[in-house]
Design a protein around this ligand. Structure first.
Ligand code: ZN
Length: 241
C-alpha cells in the first residue's frame, strides 16, 4: 500500500492544488491529512471541500478547532487570531460541517496520527529530541505521523538513541523501526523551503519519501491581500519561514 500524507494546508488553495497534482501523477492507495486545513490562508471553503472529498482520514488541527469554536481565540497569537476570525466570517455551512467532524488524533492502517504530538495532540510542537522521544514512547504504534510544526522531519528511535532530523526534499526514511515523520506543510512551510510539502509512504517497501513542489506563491499572496489578511502572513510564504 502507498499512502500520500500531507498537513497544514492552511487555506492555501494554490499550494493544495499543486500537491494534489503531484500526488495524482503517481496515484497512491490512500490520502491522509494531519490537520490545519484552514487558518492563515485565503481559501478555506475550497480547501475544506477538496480535503473532505479526497482524504481518507483528516485530523483537526488547532486552527481548525479554533475556527469551529472549540478553542478560545485568546490562545492564539495576533495574526493567527485575526486570520481565524476572518475565516469564521467567510466559512460556508458545508466547510463548517466538515471541520466539526475532525479529531486531533487518529489511527489508520496501524499508524498513529497526531496533529501536534502524542502528549498533546492539539498544541505540542515536536521540534526537539525530547519531544520526539516522548511521542515515540507514548505512541502505542511504531510508526507515528505528526504535523503542526510545518517542518519536515524524519526521526528514528534506535537502541534508545534518536537518529535523523530535518527531512528536506528527496529524503528517504526506513519505516521498519520506531519512526516519527512530519511531512512538512502544504500551505505555510517554515523550514526555509517555500515549496509545498508532502510525504509518500510505501508500506510494502517500508520506505518514506519526502517531496516538495513549486506552486504559485504570488497567487496566494494576491488572494490574501485582496481579503485583507495580515501582510506578515502573506510575506512569509515567499521565504518559507
Ligand atoms: Zn499549522
Amino acid at each position: 500500500m502507498r499512502i500520500a500524507v500531507f498537513s497544514d494546508v492552511h487555506a492555501n488553495l494554490a499550494a493544495l492544488e499543486a500537491v494534489l497534482a503531484a500526488i495524482d501523477a503517481d496515484p497512491p492507495d490512500e490520502l491522509w491529512c494531519l490537520g490545519d486545513v484552514v487558518g492563515y490562508g485565503p481559501r478555506p471553503n475550497e480547501c475544506c471541500d477538496i480535503v473532505e472529498a479526497r482524504a481518507d482520514i483528516c485530523l483537526g488541527g488547532n486552527h481548525d478547532l479554533a475556527v469551529r469554536g472549540t478553542i478560545d481565540l485568546a490562545e492564539f497569537s495576533g495574526d493567527a487570531a485575526v486570520a481565524a476570525r476572518w475565516t469564521q466570517g467567510v466559512l460556508s455551512a458545508r466547510a463548517a460541517g466538515f471541520l466539526a467532524t475532525l479529531e486531533p488524533e487518529g489511527e489508520r492502517e496501524g499508524v498513529a496520527l497526531y496533529h501536534g504530538s502524542a502528549r498533546d495532540p492539539v498544541w505540542e510542537y515536536v521540534l526537539s529530541d525530547e519531544a520526539a522521544a516522548a511521542t515515540l514512547a507514548i505512541s502505542p504504534l511504531p510508526l507515528v505521523l505528526v504535523g503542526h510544526s510545518h517542518v519536515a522531519l524524519a526521526v528514528e528511535w534506535e537502541n534508545d538513541v534518536l537518529v535523523g532530523g530535518l527531512a528536506p526534499a528527496g529524503t528517504e526514511a526506513d519505516l521498519s523501526g520506531r519512526v516519527l515523520l512530519n511531512p512538512g506543510s502544504v500551505g505555510q512551510p517554515r523550514d526555509g523551503d517555500p515549496r509545498a510539502a508532502f510525504l509518500v509512504l510505501d508500506r510494502d517497501r517500508q520506505r518514506a519519501t519526502f517531496h516538495r513542489v513549486d506552486y504559485d506563491v504570488e497567487r496566494t499572496q494576491r488572494e490574501m491581500r485582496a481579503e485583507g489578511l495580515p501582510e506578515t502572513l502573506a510575506a512569509r510564504l515567499s521565504r518559507g519561514e
